[in-house]
Design a protein around this ligand. Structure first.
Ligand code: FAD
Length: 400
C-alpha cells in the first residue's frame, strides 16, 4: 500500500528546519547575497540543530532519520535560501552519504562520524576547468607510491572549496585507461585540508548562490595515504555517480522549497498591489502563473518523495532521482521567472526576495548534472541504451 502521509517525525524535522532557517538565515541572507559573502555561522546553526547528519545512522554520529526527512530539510531550507541548501547538500548528499555507502569502518570512524556531528565539513571535487558533464574528461591523476597516492590536478566550481575540512577527490589511477576514456581507471580519495600541496580559493561574480562558497582546489604532489582510497581502485566513476544520486535528490527537494517561496512571495505582493481597480490576484493571467507554480510544486514533491521512498527501501533510484531533479529544477526556474513577473518592476530590484530567487534558480539546472544530462539519461533508459546493473554498493536502506 502506498502511504503519502508524513509521519510525526517528518513534521517535526520540517518544522525544526523551518524555524532554524527563519531565525538564523532569513534575517541576514539579503545582505550576505548582496555582499557575495559566505557566513560560517550558518553551518554552526545547522550543527546545533543536529541536521548535518540527518539521515546517517546514530552509530555514525547522525540523527538516524530517513531519506524523506533529508528531502524535507532541503525543502524547508531552500524555502528561505538556496545557498544554505547547496552547502547542506554538498556536505551530506555528495560526501557523507557516499562515505556511509562506500567507506570502510576505519574511514567511517575517521571521517563520517565527525562530519555527521558537524565537527568537520566536507565537499565533493569532481568538476575541473576542462570537464564538468564529461566526467571522464577530468585530468587529475593519482600515482601510487608505496603507501601513498600522489595527487596532481585542479578542481573547479567546487562548493565549500575554501571552507571544507575534507574533500572527496576523483582522479585517474590508470593513465592507460584515461587515454582510452575507460572510466574504470578512475578512483576516489578522501583528502584533508592541511595536506601539503593542497590549496583552495573562492570564486566571485556568480549569478546566484552568492552567499555560498564556491571555489577551486589546486593539488600539487599532494600525498594522500592509501588508507584514504574510497572503495577500490577503479571504482571512482561508480562512486561519483552514486554520490550524484544522493546530491540530485537534495537538489530536487530543495527546488520545491524555492517554488513554494515564489508562490508565497507572489501571493503576498498580489494582496497589496492593485491594477485596474482590483488586486493583482483577481486577474486571470496572474492566476495562471500561480496555477503553474502549484503544478510544479505538487508534481515535483511527488517525484522527489517517490525517489526518497525508493532510497528508504534500499532500491536503486538513479532514474527517479534524475527525473525529480530535472522536473523540480525546471519548475523552480519557471516559478522564479513568474514570481518576478508578478512583481512587475519591483521584481526587477533587490527590494523583494524574488530577484534573488530568480538568480538562484538558474544554478540548479547546471550543477549536479545539467538539465541536458538528465534528459539524456531519461531517454537512454527508455530506449534501452542504459540499464541499471546491480551495483557493488548501494545506499543502505533506512532501518529506523
Ligand atoms: C554553484 C555551483 C556549485 C557547484 N558545485 C560543485 C561541487 O561541489 N562539486 C563539483 O564537482 N562540481 C560542482 N559544480 C560544477 C557543476 O557540477 C558543473 O558545472 C556541471 O556538471 C556542468 O559542467 P560544466 O559547467 O563544465 O558544463 P559543460 O559540461 O561544459 O556543459 C556546457 C553545456 O553543454 C551542455 N552539454 C554538454 N554535453 C552535452 C551533450 N552531450 N549533449 C547535450 N548537451 C550537452 C550542458 O548541458 C551545458 O548546458 C558546481 C557548479 C555551480 C554552478
Amino acid at each position: 500500500m502506498i502511504d503519502f502521509a508524513l509521519t510525526d517525525d517528518h513534521k517535526t524535522v520540517a518544522k525544526l528546519t523551518a524555524d532554524v532557517a527563519a531565525r538564523h538565515i532569513k534575517p541576514k541572507i539579503a545582505d550576505l547575497d548582496r555582499a557575495q559573502k559566505y557566513d560560517p555561522a550558518l553551518l554552526d546553526h545547522l550543527k546545533e540543530a543536529d541536521l548535518l547528519g540527518i539521515c546517517i545512522p546514530e552509530k555514525y554520529g547522525g540523527a538516524g532519520m530517513d531519506y524523506i526527512s533529508l528531502g524535507l530539510v532541503c525543502e524547508e531550507m531552500e524555502y528561505i535560501d538556496t545557498s544554505a541548501r547547496v552547502i547542506f547538500s554538498v556536505h551530506i548528499g555528495l560526501n557523507s552519504m557516499c562515505i556511509y555507502t562506500w567507506g570502510n569502518e576505519d574511514q567511517k570512524e575517521r571521517y563520517l562520524i565527525p562530519q555527521s556531528r558537524g565537527e568537520k565539513i566536507a565537499t565533493f571535487g569532481l568538476t575541473e576547468p576542462a570537464a564538468g558533464s564529461d566526467a571522464v574528461g577530468i585530468l587529475t591523476t593519482a600515482r601510487k607510491d608505496g603507501d601513498l597516492y600522489i595527487l596532481n590536478g585542479e578542481k573547479m566550481w567546487i562548493s565549500l572549496a575554501d571552507v571544507a575540512d575534507n574533500f572527496l577527490i576523483f582522479a585517474w589511477t590508470d593513465t592507460d585507461k584515461q587515454k582510452k576514456r575507460d572510466h574504470s581507471g578512475l578512483s576516489a580519495f578522501i583528502v584533508e585540508r592541511g595536506y601539503a600541496g593542497l590549496s583552495t580559493g573562492s570564486l566571485h561574480g556568480k549569478l546566484g548562490v552568492r552567499a555560498g562558497n564556491t571555489g577551486y582546489i589546486a593539488m600539487q604532489d599532494v600525498e594522500v595515504p592509501a588508507a584514504n582510497l574510497l572503495g577500490k581502485e577503479g571504482e571512482g566513476f561508480k562512486i561519483a555517480m552514486s554520490c550524484l544520486d544522493n546530491g540530485r535528490y537534495t537538489v530536487a527537494a530543495g527546488s520545491t522549497g524555492l517554488i513554494r517561496a515564489c508562490m508565497d512571495a507572489g501571493r503576498e505582493y498580489c494582496s497589496t498591489r492593485k491594477t485596474f481597480g482590483e488586486t493583482l490576484d483577481r486577474h486571470q493571467l496572474i492566476k495562471e502563473m500561480f496555477a503553474e507554480m502549484i503544478y510544479g510544486y505538487d508534481a515535483g514533491r511527488l517525484l522527489w518523495q517517490k525517489a526518497g521512498w525508493e532510497k528508504n527501501r534500499g532500491v536503486r533510484s538513479t532514474r527517479s532521482t534524475s527525473l525529480a531533479k530535472w522536473f523540480c529544477t525546471d519548475q523552480a526556474e519557471k516559478a522564479a521567472y513568474n514570481a518576478v513577473q508578478i512583481h512587475g518592476a519591483y521584481g526587477f530590484s533587490d527590494e523583494y526576495p524574488v530577484e534573488r530567487f530568480f538568480r538562484n534558480s538558474k544554478g540548479a539546472s547546471i550543477y549536479e548534472g545539467t538539465r541536458e544530462m538528465q534528459k539524456l539519461m531519461q531517454a537512454d533508459y527508455f530506449l534501452g541504451i542504459r540499464t541499471d546493473r546491480p551495483p557493488r554498493c548501494l545506499l543502505p536502506a533506512w532501518n529506523g
